[in-house]
Design a protein around this ligand. Structure first.
Ligand SMILES: Nc1ncnc2c1ncn2[C@@H]1O[C@H](COP(=O)(O)OP(=O)(O)OP(=O)(O)O)[C@@H](O)[C@H]1O
Ligand SMILES: [Mg+2]
Length: 245
């Protein structure tokens, strides 16, 4: 048996933070686990991601966007997710197909049935066992991202002012490495779009309540991590922990 868990929610709701914390906890508890993200997670997928988030790609047609997300997903499922699940491990994925339904379906108002058909082609029908939904209003998530971008920039300016360049954009020099918060083509869409996305997620949850776990994304990080761990606890019996070395 294996376990496939996805994290969904609006921008800035804490998906990456919580996915990483759960990954660390499961590793510590001796479970075979990998953490990946969408779009991306593979060499080819990360190349596709750069095209999708590039602020210069303003002329991208919605269909192109959908096909690129699907192409990255197909690569991820084939190269990483399916093979790892076949070994009996746990896969944590930061966003998955539900993001397509919420963003391109509800956000860009594309036909949901068409998106489902395309997703079946991309994933071969692979569905998560469990989807953690970080529930937050669209405005609050965007605000968090703006705040963290500002904090990042002022910290960077401060560090540069001190004469040391200990912050870098993607490497890991020094203890004060701050990952650059992403502010990309998809974030830059208007608030009404982000509100449709959040509404879309809530409707998707109603359609398949057994799979989704709605979490209050306002909780402090550590408390939220504990609550998520408690939600997945009953599913861990499907996976055999690794033998201690
Ligand atoms: N529970 C929380 N309470 C308050 N702030 C949080 C919480 N979790 C994360 N944050 C902060 O909110 C910002 C966004 O968090 P994070 O990057 O994990 O969200 P995300 O859902 O992955 O965003 P994105 O949609 O951009 O991928 C970060 O600055 C993070 O430190
Ligand atoms: Mg993230």
């Amino acid at each position: 048996m294996s376990l496939f868990i996805t994290f969904e929610g609006p921008e800035g709701s804490g998906k990456s933070t919580q996915a990483r914390l759960l990954y660390q906890r499961l590793q510590l508890r001796g479970y075979p686990v990998i953490l990946t993200r969408e779009p991306g997670g593979t060499r080819i997928g990360e190349m596709i991601r750069r095209i999708l988030v590039d602020l210069q790609n303003t002329e991208m047609a919605p269909t192109t966007e959908i096909l690129l997300f699907s192409a990255a997903r197909a690569q991820l499922v084939n190269e990483l997710i399916r093979p790892y699940l076949e070994t009996g491990g746990i896969v944590l994925c930061d966003r998955y197909a539900d993001s397509t339904y919420a963003y391109q379906g509800y956000g860009l108002k594309r036909d949901l049935e068409e998106l489902r058909a395309m997703t079946r082609i991309a994933t071969g029908g692979l569905l998560p066992d469990l989807t953690i939904y970080l529930d937050l209003e669209a405005e609050e998530g965007l605000e968090r991202k703006i705040l963290s971008k500002q904090a990042h920039e002022s910290r960077k300016a401060q560090e540069e002012g001190l004469g040391g360049s200990r912050v870098n954009e993607g490497g890991s020099i020094g203890s004060s490495f701050i990952p650059p918060p992403e502010w990309n083509r998809l974030d830059a869409r208007d608030l009404a779009y982000h509100q449709r996305v959040a509404t879309g997620f809530r409707e998707l949850m109603l359609q398949d309540p057994d799979r989704w776990r709605k979490m209050d994304a306002h909780l402090p990080v550590a408390q939220l991590a504990q609550a998520i761990e408690a939600e997945i606890e009953p599913f861990l019996s499907r996976v055999t922990p690794l033998e201690p070395l």
